[in-house]
Design a protein around this ligand. Structure first.
Ligand code: ATP
Ligand code: PH2
Length: 189
C-alpha cells in the first residue's frame, strides 16, 4: 500500500486580510496567524509581507490616527463561509478587538476577502468577495505578494485593481529589514 500523503487537500481556498493599528501590531498579527493555524478547520498556506498604511476612516485618510499594519494570508479551509467568519471573529475577540465606531482604531481586524471565488451578497453577515476589498490597496498589494496572478471575483485581476487604488501602502521594514508577517514589531523572528 502506498503511504498516505500527510496532508490531504480537501478544503477550499480563501483569502484573509489582517489589519492592526493599536498595540504591538506585528505581535498581534503574528498571534492571529498562530491562533488560526491552530484551528483544525483551516490551514494557513502563505502569508504576505507586512505593509504600513495610514488609517482609512469613513471621511478619508486620517494621518492623525495610528497607522495600520496590513497583511494577507491564503488559507485552505473545510469551514463554510459563516463558520470561517466565526473562527476569525473568535480570534479577533481573543486579541482584544473592541467594536465601537465604524472603521475605528483596533488591535486586529480580519476580513474574508475571497472564499473559493464565490460571489454572494444575500446574507449581510458574509458578503463575498469582501465588498470594499476591490478599492483597498492595503488589501490588494499584500495579496499580490502571495498570489501575483490573483483575481478578485466580479472585479478582475488584483494587479489591475491595485494599480488603480489610491490609498498609500509602504512595505514595513523594521530595523533589520525583516518585513515578514511572522516577525514581531522590533523585527525579531
Ligand atoms: N467578507 C466579510 N468578511 C468579514 N466580515 C464581513 C464580510 N461580509 C460581511 N461581513 C460583516 O461585516 C460586519 C462588520 O465587520 P467589521 O466590524 O470587521 O467591519 P470593519 O472591519 O469595521 O469594516 P470593513 O468591513 O469595511 O473592513 C461583520 O458583522 C460581518 O458579519
Ligand atoms: N489603513 C487601513 N485603514 C483601515 C483598515 C485597514 O486595515 N487599514 N481597516 C478598516 C476597516 O476594516 C478601516 N480602515
Amino acid at each position: 500500500m502506498r503511504p498516505r500523503p500527510e496532508r490531504l487537500r480537501v478544503g477550499v481556498p480563501a483569502v484573509l486580510a489582517f489589519g492592526s493599528n493599536l498595540g504591538d501590531r506585528v505581535a498581534t498579527i503574528r498571534e492571529a496567524l498562530r491562533l488560526l493555524a491552530d484551528d483544525p478547520g483551516l490551514r494557513v498556506e502563505a502569508v504576505s509581507r507586512l505593509y504600513e498604511t495610514p488609517a482609512l476612516k469613513p471621511e478619508g485618510i486620517d494621518e492623525e490616527a495610528p497607522a495600520y499594519l496590513n497583511a494577507v494570508a491564503l488559507v485552505n479551509t473545510i469551514l463554510d463561509p459563516l463558520a470561517l467568519l466565526a473562527a476569525v471573529n473568535q480570534v479577533e475577540d481573543a486579541l482584544g478587538r473592541v467594536r465601537e465606531e465604524r472603521w475605528g482604531d483596533r488591535t486586529i481586524d480580519i476580513d474574508i476577502v475571497d472564499y473559493q471565488g464565490i460571489v454572494a451578497d444575500d446574507d449581510p453577515r458574509i458578503v463575498l468577495p469582501h465588498p470594499r476589498a476591490h478599492e483597498r490597496a492595503f488589501v490588494l498589494v499584500p495579496w499580490l505578494d502571495v498570489d501575483p496572478d490573483a483575481v478578485l471575483p466580479g472585479y478582475g485581476p488584483v494587479a489591475a485593481l491595485a494599480a488603480e487604488a489610491t490609498d498609500p501602502v509602504t512595505l514595513y521594514e523594521p530595523g533589520d529589514g525583516n518585513a515578514d508577517a511572522g516577525a514581531d514589531e522590533d523585527g525579531d523572528a
